[in-house]
Design a protein around this ligand. Structure first.
Ligand code: ZN
Length: 104
């Protein structure tokens, strides 16, 4: 596993997600439509956006801790059992903190 490449990949994903989360936040803080029916449609859209925002924030948090583990030299080691996390799993989930057994 190339840790530098992994770090770059994580940092890239982090900046994309940060922009996304900020865009969602801006959208959610726009003043509501005064028309009741249009406002109802807006609220529905906002709930979806809020959900997306939560997913993005969650991933941001996981990526940040993965970057900390890279700095600490513990990246790629399962935080639960201490075994190495397989390259295949890290390819699929670069911020994985647990091996497939512990995550499962
Ligand atoms: Zn494990």
């Amino acid at each position: 596993m190339n840790i530098d490449a992994m770090k770059r990949q994580l940092e890239k994903r982090l900046s994309v997600l940060s922009i996304e989360a900020r865009a969602i936040d801006v959208e959610l803080h726009e003043p509501g439509n005064p028309d009741f029916e249009e406002r109802a449609v807006e609220i529905e859209g906002e709930e979806i956006l809020e959900g997306l925002g939560k997913v993005a924030l969650d991933e941001i948090g996981q990526i940040k801790s993965a970057l900390i583990r890279i700095d600490l030299g513990t990246y790629g080691v399962c935080v639960v059992c201490g075994e190495d996390i397989s390259d295949a799993r890290l390819d699929a989930v670069p911020y994985a903190a647990e091996c497939i057994k512990c995550a499962g």
